[in-house]
Each structure stands twice: as C-alpha cells, then as structure tokens.
Ligand binder design. Structure first.
Ligand code: GLU
Length: 496
C-alpha cells in the first residue's frame, strides 16, 4: 500500500514553526517512500477562523519548498480538502454512529453543563460528561428524545465511551500506550450547529482520504483514545500514528511568542533563508547522523526515518538557527544573494545600486553577519557615507600626526591604478614606511573616515568596493565637515 500522509492545519492564524515541523516531517516521510503528501484544511471551528490564514499557510509551505500533491487549489481524488465543504459527510457518519449505538444524542444547555462541572469540581472529581444524570437519550428515553428532536430543540451527538476497560494503541515514536476508558470523556462529535468537532472530522477524513500514517504534534496524543474508539466503532482499520515531540523554549517551557518569533512568515521577513529554516526545523526532534548539522532538503528526504524521532522535547535554539543561516549565506551564489539584497535595499529606500556593486558588497560582508539583510546595518557605510562616527574610536584612531598626513595621503590614493585591494595595500604600506608611521595607524584613520566604525571588513577590500572617487570624497568630507564637529564634541565632553 502506498504511503499517504497529510498536514491538517486549522486556519487559526499564521503558520507556526511547530506546524512547519509537522508539515516537514510529513513531507519528508511521503517523499522518502514515494508517497503522497496531502494538505487538508481543518476549519470546522468557526469561532477560531482567521481570515487569510489558509492563504498564508499555503504561501509559507510553498516558500519552504514543501509543495503538496493533493489539497486546496490542487484537487485530488478524495476532495474537497477543506472540511467546511464536507459537513454533509460528517453528518452522515455521525448518524451511522447513532445507528450503531456508538454515539448518542444529548440536549444539555451550556448552563446545565456548567452546573455539572461545578458540582464535579466541588466533589473533587475531574470534570467529565456524566451520562447517567444529564439530559440525553439514555436518561430521557427514546420517546422523549424523538419528541424533543421533532420540536427542534438543539442537540449534540456524543461519543459513547465504555465505562470500563482500557483503550490500547501504539505509536511509532512513543510505543505502546494504554489509557483507562473511565478517563476518557464522552466527546461531542457533532455540535448543535451541525458542524463536526475536530475529532469526528479528523478521523472520518483520514479514513476517506486513505491516510496511512498520521504524523502530528504531541499535543494531539491525548485525543488518541477517542480516535481509537471512533475507528473501532466504524469498523475501520487505523492508520499508523507518530506523535512528534513538543517544541520548547530554552528554559524548557512550551515554545511561545514571548521568547521571540514563532510564525514562519516572521522568520521570512527577518531574512532567514527557507533552506536554513527547513534544515533547522528538521533537527527539532531528529538528527539523521547525530554528527552533522547541515542537510539539504534532498538529503533529509533520503535519510528520513520516523522511527528515529526522539520522544524528548526539542529545544528551539535561535542561535543555532542563526548559525545554520550563516552557513547558507556563506555558500549561496553571490549573484543570487545580490538580487535578494537588492530587494531589501529597495524596501529600505536606500537608493539605487547595481547588481554588480551589491555582489561585491555581499562577498565583502557575508562572513561577518548571519542574515543577509544584516548587511544593511552592519555595512551601512556601503550604502551612504557615514554621518555618525564612534567617539571612542575617533579618540583612538585620530591624531595630529595623522591629520598632517592627509594631503599627501589623498595625493597618493589619487594616483593608485588599478584600484584593487592588493595594489592599495602595497601602496599604503610604502606610504606608511616613507612617512615613518605605522601602517596600522593609517588603516585605523582610513576606517574612521570611510566607515565611522571600529569594526568592519578588511579596509583595503572595503576601499576597493567603495571605489576611488567615493573614497577620496569621503576623506575630504571628513576633514572639512565631520572633523570640526567631532572636535567640538570632544571639547564639550571634556568640559562637562
Ligand atoms: N487540525 C489539527 C491542528 O490544527 C490537526 C491535528 C492532526 O493532525 O490530527 O493541528
């Protein structure tokens, strides 16, 4: 039987990083086995629906390269793939459960249920639907039930969970699990608005869509006993299950927004590469070799093994994501990076720069940042002349001796041909020697005048990228405009 898996998000907002991990593991499993990856939208809870989230989920999956084979917009033999378009089907199956005596009708109002909960809490028992005292098919009898139905009194359909015994199932990640039936609630399957709950729709669809493996987050493990009962009641063969470990913050609390980004689109906006995000997310709960950290999607597909997924929660370490992203930044085609950088430059209204120039900028700075757009802040002086000069660096890098050399330095730079960093370096070295000063001093002064900052890429490489004209212009500008202002600042600080 060929493998069929599904990613079944509820459109309640953005695609969460945990959702991406679920989607990725399903995708890897499907591709590894030459199977089918289905996208199903579980939107039967109308109160939690967020406009635009289906589009966002699809767009983010596509951005990450996780294209599905069947699903919304793509179609497939078992559609529709949006649950709100399948409500008729769920009603039919809920009726089948009623007919089989595996489910029952209940009329309790929200107030009655609330009173039940309070009674149970006061008695110190875990709140759970009490079939024997509430208003349902069993307590009211068949005739009264039919009369209320005919009158149009709102009702729900509940799962009839056995009162004794244990419910057993097996999970690929967690092994054999058994749960006492008395701990399982008589779950609502069909709500009074005629919509199914997650449990009914999920099981019915996994069956009708011929899903062979259910791979999802651990938060769904507690639903398993109900799902097992549903499969048994319908007389359907169960798929295999694999519940993926929780994602945790570094302090081992459940991954949450408070600790930083959790939406895939935010990582995209910040400038992470999809390859890096996928590589990182793949390692949240699994490591193919236990040695390497860098894997392409193709390698992940080849190596993927559900049986090797960890039980223990996986810590979301943003530093590791940055490190992985930096790796991709260093290895990607600089031409492609220049094109991407151009977009950030345009979004930031930083001016017009040719792709040739941006490619040089990328090559100059990509070893020094983790994210491509960080080049814009780290190397801001490559996009406009510096207007701010680090005071402490000024105090260190500037002196009367250096100032006295500026006219000759300008004359020297002006005649350098070709304007290449090795040539510039040789010339500056000769200059320093001839002037009886240290090359380091000359370099520091140049760094100050050209960038305003104490840290950056190699100085002569930076000068090559800036070009001769711009280099000369900045030195002149520094001496005529910025130097007097900096001097004044130093004087003011000293008098304070
Ligand atoms: N709709 C559920 C969710 O949003 C799907 C859980 C499952 O995969 O069964 O996570």
């Amino acid at each position: 039987m060929s493998v069929r898996v599904r990613f079944a998000p509820s459109p309640t907002g953005y695609l969460h990083i945990g959702g991406l991990r679920t989607a990725l593991y399903n995708f890897l499993f499907a591709r590894h086995h030459g199977g089918t990856f289905v996208l199903r939208i579980e939107d039967t809870d109308k109160t939690r629906y967020v406009e635009g989230s289906v589009e966002n989920i699809i767009e983010m999956l596509h951005w990450c390269g996780l294209d599905y084979d069947e699903g919304p917009g793509k179609g497939g033999p078992y559609g529709p793939y949006v649950q709100s378009e399948r409500t008729e089907i769920y009603r039919r199956y809920a009726q089948e459960l009623l007919d089989k005596g595996a489910a029952y009708i209940a009329f309790d109002t929200p107030e009655e249920l609330e009173r039940m909960r309070q009674r149970q809490q006061q008695a110190g028992i875990v709140p759970k639907y009490d079939r024997t005292t509430m208003r349902n098919q069993f307590t009211l009898g068949e005739e009264e039930t039919q009369r209320l139905l005919a009158e149009g009194v709102p009702y729900v359909i509940r799962l009839k969970v056995p009162l004794t015994g244990v419910i057993k199932f097996s999970d690929i990640v967690r092994g054999e699990i058994s749960v006492p039936a008395r701990d399982v609630d008589d779950q609502i399957l069909l709500k009074s608005d005629g919509f199914p709950t997650y449990h009914l729709a999920n099981v019915v669809d996994d069956h009708l869509m011929h899903i062979t493996h259910v791979i999802r987050g651990e938060e769904w493990l507690p639903s398993m006993p109900k799902h097992v009962l549903l499969y048994e009641a319908f007389g359907w063969e169960k798929p295999q299950f694999a519940h993926l470990p929780l994602l945790l913050n570094p302090d081992r609390s459940k991954l949450s927004k408070r600790h930083g980004h959790v939406a895939v689109e935010d990582f995209k906006k910040e400038g992470y590469f999809p390859e890096a995000l996928i590589n990182f997310v793949a390692l949240l709960g699994w490591n193919p070799t236990g040695e390497r950290e860098i894997y392409s999607l193709q390698e992940l597909i080849e190596l993927f093994d559900l049986k090797k997924v960890n039980k223990a929660g996986a810590i979301f370490d943003i530093q590791k994501l940055r490190w992985i992203n930096a790796h991709y930044l260093r290895h990607k085609d600089p031409k492609e990076l220049a094109r991407q950088l151009q977009q950030y430059v345009q979004e930031g209204n930083l001016g017009d720069f040719s792709l040739e120039y941006l490619e040089k900028v990328v090559i100059l700075l990509r070893e020094r940042v983790d994210l491509l757009p960080e080049i814009l802040t780290f190397g801001d002086y490559l996009f406009h002349p510096p207007t701010h000069f680090e005071q402490e660096y000024f105090a260190r890098a500037w002196s009367d001796d250096i100032e006295a050399l500026i006219p000759e330095l300008l004359a020297l730079l002006r005649q350098i041909e070709p304007w290449e960093h090795m040539v510039i370096w040789e010339q500056l070295k000769g200059f320093a020697k001839q002037q009886g000063t240290k090359i380091g001093k000359v370099m520091n002064a140049l760094r100050l005048m050209l960038t305003g900052k104490s840290v950056g890429a190699g100085m002569t490489e930076t000068m090559e990228v800036l070009g001769k004209e711009e280099t000369l212009r900045r030195i002149e500008q520094f001496v005529t405009q910025h130097l007097p202002a900096l001097r004044q600042q130093v004087a003011e600080n000293a008098s304070e």
